[in-house]
Design a protein around this ligand. Structure first.
Ligand SMILES: C[S@@+](CC[C@H](N)C(=O)[O-])C[C@H]1O[C@@H](n2cnc3c(N)ncnc32)[C@H](O)[C@@H]1O
Length: 221
């Protein structure tokens, strides 16, 4: 029995789950293939599948950190077919390519609005597209800014909205399972963010050890 209690999922389990799941569409595969050689950081497939499930029934989504649009596409495929996404990323060379992938995946242009600006600047100038209310917010940009993104998002969330944040385990560095420099700004910020959100009385929150760690917080009524 102790052996069972000590067990944690292995690569074999993850591969087995992947073998059971529906195959990725050609556009998701194309984004993965484009991101890898260029070192563009994107969520892994397991996290993408979680995002898609969480997007079900959530019509209005906001995302911080678009890159090539991989997570955006998982969200768009999971949400209702008339759902909308506002996604923020200052790197136009990435988001222009993302737009092409979304088009090829059959996502209507009107469904996804890209804001080409640093997120805190866009929130600060009260961009109309960011008025909300949003049913789901996905955070995946600058790690030291996660808490500031969250605070900018809270007034823009609908009751019962979900906030999801990627990389909160930072490959084991947040917990200390892997060593990091004590002054690594991203590690320090992610540790503080994780601790703050898990104890934040505005939310029910936990961390799924999926991909690089997905924090999921549900706004209390
Ligand atoms: C980890 S990638 C996003 C990956 C994407 N969510 C996915 O999984 O497909 C982070 C992105 O954040 C963008 N970024 C950098 N600074 C930003 C800022 N201040 N506000 C919003 N996005 C920013 C980068 O250009 C980069 O494309």
């Amino acid at each position: 029995m102790k052996d069972d209690q000590d067990w944690i999922p292995t690569r074999t389990d993850l591969d087995w789950i992947e073998s059971l799941a529906a195959e990725l569409g050609p556009e998701l595969l194309a984004i993965e293939a484009a991101a890898e050689p260029e070192g563009v950081p994107i969520v892994d497939r397991h996290s993408g599948r979680v995002l898609s499930v969480l997007a079900a029934g959530r019509r209005r989504i906001v995302e911080v950190g678009t890159a090539l649009g991989f997570s955006t596409l998982w969200l768009a495929l999971g949400q209702p077919s008339d759902g909308t996404i506002v996604t923020i990323d200052p790197d136009r060379s990435r988001t222009d390519r993302a737009r092409e992938f979304w088009r090829r995946a059959g996502i209507a242009d009107e469904r996804i609005t890209v804001l080409s600006a640093p997120a805190l600047e866009a929130f600060g100038r009260d961009e109309p597209a960011l008025a909300g209310p949003f049913d789901l917010a996905f955070i995946d940009a600058l790690k030291p800014e996660y808490q500031a993104y969250l605070e900018a998002l809270v007034p823009r969330l609908a009751p019962g909205a979900l906030v999801v944040a990627d990389n909160v385990l930072w490959s084991g560095r947040a917990s200390g399972a892997r060593a990091s420099r004590s002054d690594d700004e991203r590690v320090v910020a992610l540790r503080a963010f994780d601790a703050a959100v898990l104890r934040d009385t505005r939310f029910h929150a936990t961390i799924l050890p999926v991909g690089d760690g997905l924090l999921i917080a549900s706004l209390r009524d």
